[in-house]
Ligand binder design. Structure first.
Ligand SMILES: Nc1nc2c(ncn2[C@@H]2O[C@H](COP(=O)(O)OP(=O)(O)OP(=O)(O)O)[C@@H](O)[C@H]2O)c(=O)[nH]1
Ligand SMILES: [Mg+2]
Length: 219
């Protein structure tokens, strides 16, 4: 069923599941620069991908209510590794959350871009526990060519993904619905893309309950 087709009661239960999941502790596990360093795929995994500076680390911090769990910065291209976090109790249940290295930063050399592509491909192919990649897209800019390239890579590797429009506090309320519709229309042919596009603001806290609920439903 689509997220926006829930009854009021179902919606409340969905939000509550997300709230409970994100009430658990979240710890930083490791930053991996190569695949050999990844933790055992013994729990559900989700990942945040997106252009440098789109707000991946900020969103992880906002979701977990921790200001500096993931490092945020004004310097694009800073997170150059796969940063693994664990939400929940590792002995019982919970999930891996991965803050993926950003892309689309103009000043990065061709060889670094190639390295990024190689690392991402290997990661996407090598994680059977990866349930969904959240592809973050800056709400002010919409889908860029580099986002479309990533989406193609996800379609090819058959990894399910969902678009999250970030920094929505910078988009006029009157424009928000149109932005979602336009983005949803643009991805109809992407076979592994979830049809629903989400909106968030890490600064204002907008859309976080919904995203927590979506994540809880994947565990
Ligand atoms: N207005 C607004 N600014 C935001 C929001 N989320 C993040 N930012 C700002 O955007 C900048 C980049 O945020 P990060 O979370 O570091 O972005 P990132 O995607 O992790 O960047 P890389 O690690 O370099 O790939 C920071 O200056 C944040 O304060 C938001 O919801 N609203
Ligand atoms: Mg980051």
């Amino acid at each position: 069923m689509l997220e926006n087709e829930k009854t009021e009661q179902e919606q409340a239960a969905f939000i509550e599941r997300g709230r409970l999941l994100f009430r658990s502790a979240c710890e930083f596990l490791l930053g991996a620069a190569s695949l050999s360093q990844l933790p055992e795929p013994n729990a559900t995994e989700i990942a945040f991908a997106g252009r440098s500076n789109v707000g991946k680390s900020s969103l992880l911090n906002a979701l977990t209510g921790r200001n500096n769990l993931a490092r945020t910065s004004n310097t694009p291209g800073r997170t150059q590794q796969l940063n693994f976090f664990f939400l929940g109790d590792r002995k019982k249940d919970g999930l891996y959350i991965v803050d993926l290295p950003g892309y689309g930063y103009a000043k990065v050399s061709r060889s670094l871009v190639n390295e990024w592509v190689k690392l991402m491909r290997e990661y996407l192919r090598g994680r059977p526990n990866l349930r969904r990649v959240f592809v973050l897209v800056d709400g002010r800019h919409g889908l860029k060519d580099s986002d479309k390239e990533l989406m193609l890579m996800l379609d090819e590797t058959a990894v399910s993904y969902q678009i999250v429009l970030t920094k929505i506090d910078k988009v006029k309320i009157a424009e928000q619905k149109k932005l979602v519709e336009k983005t949803q229309k643009a991805i109809v042919k992407n076979i592994a893309a979830h049809p629903i596009v989400l909106m968030t603001s890490s600064v204002k806290g907008y859309g976080l309950d919904e995203l927590r609920g979506v994540i809880a439903d994947l565990v």
